[in-house]
Design a protein around this ligand. Structure first.
Ligand code: AFP
Length: 333
């Protein structure tokens, strides 16, 4: 009989060797907690319409987005889960303007940056949503939140949960990206996609084409290139876009291709991006690179971008390395 797949906590134990001793136990504790709260969030999503949890709370969050009831519920559930361990020092969340400092964190406690419910616009239409998280060192500092400000290369770990037909969790601590599937009957995440390797080139791209008029000329030319008919290079690519970064990145990691959310270049002197660096783009870029992919802003490697604000926004083009390289070429022209 085939061995039962490894659980998330068993797999985290195998990753300890790749982490500094001071962080190893804390990373396992925090990712383990996030796995457990993700199983609860999956349950809540499945019952949301039955428990009057759909719709808005009637207020805006730190970045001006109208907040859904499940955004707040997801944030509170994550805060409560993180408070149950001493492995964390602070949480930077899409739903909180300032860091949520958490006392009694150990010396090497972690700063967690998270989008508790990514893709909120999909919630009321039963579309796929997710949770995105990034782990950084608090360096033993108090307050710890400001320690999250820095380059994406400072991340110790990152991951996401996708709530789709199945609930999937993918994480990295810098030794490849590994995928798990939730067994609803036990609430355990089991290893189903060890060491994910993104194809070098894909056949699909994800972007909100409604913004085409605001794009950098290189971005527009690149999309025209993907749409042009050329059998030899597998073009045209198909358009696949879900409205939730987690779902679009998950598809891209497994099937190859691209997920893009370029900046608005209506005023070339001040390009305006949408997606948030610390708890959307930096963690997804770390995971993508660990799966053999590439992540660019169009002008530079995402992981080299230094965060100076908790809710800073940045453009992103991520996915198959050869496809992202081609996109960068179009931006340089
Ligand atoms: P929310 O989490 O606020 O719903 O935003 C989702 C998101 O940040 C990201 O998950 C999507 O890729 C992107 O925004 C969708 O944006 P558009 O609705 O502008 O296409």
């Amino acid at each position: 009989m085939a061995d039962s797949p490894m659980t998330l906590s068993e797999h985290l134990a195998t990753q300890q060797a790749y982490l500094s001793t001071e962080h190893a136990r804390n990373v396992a504790a925090v990712v383990g907690r996030i796995g457990r709260v993700a199983a609860v969030i999956a349950q809540e999503l499945a019952h949301a319409a039955l428990r009057d949890r759909l719709g808005y709370v009637g207020a805006a969050n730190a970045t001006g987005d109208q907040v859904k009831k499940l955004d707040v519920w997801g944030h509170d559930a994550l805060v409560a889960a993180l408070r149950e361990t001493r492995a964390r020092a602070a949480l930077i969340s899409e739903e909180s303007a300032e860091p949520v400092e958490m006392e009694a964190g150990g010396t090497h406690a972690l700063v967690v940056c998270a989008d508790p419910v990514d893709g909120s616009s999909n919630l009321d239409v039963n579309g796929a949503v997710g949770t995105i998280f990034s782990l950084r060192s608090s360096r033993g500092k108090t307050p710890a939140g400001p320690q999250a400000l820095g380059a994406g290369t400072d991340q110790i770990g990152a991951g996401y949960v996708m709530y789709g037909p199945a609930t999937a969790l993918v994480y990295t601590v810098g030794q490849g990206a590994h995928g798990f599937t939730l067994a609803p009957e036990t609430g355990e995440f089991l290893l189903t996609h060890p060491d994910i390797r993104i194809p070098r080139r894909g056949k699909a791209y994800g972007i909100n084409e409604g913004n085409v008029h605001t794009w950098h000329p290189g971005q527009r030319a690149f999309i025209e290139h993907l749409k042009a008919r050329d059998k030899a290079s597998g073009r045209p690519y198909s358009l696949r876009y879900s409205g939730a970064m987690v779902a679009d990145v998950h598809r891209t990691l497994l099937d190859g291709g691209l997920f893009m959310y370029p900046a608005d270049w209506s005023d070339p002197a001040k390009p305006k991006a949408k997606l948030r660096l610390l708890y959307e783009v930096a963690p997804m870029s770390f995971i993508t690179e660990q799966a053999g992919g590439r992540a660019s802003t169009g002008l530079e490697r995402v992981l080299d971008v230094v965060a100076t604000d908790y809710h800073q926004r940045v453009a992103v083009i991520l996915g198959s390395p050869e496809d992202v390289a081609t996109a960068d070429e179009f931006y340089r022209r």
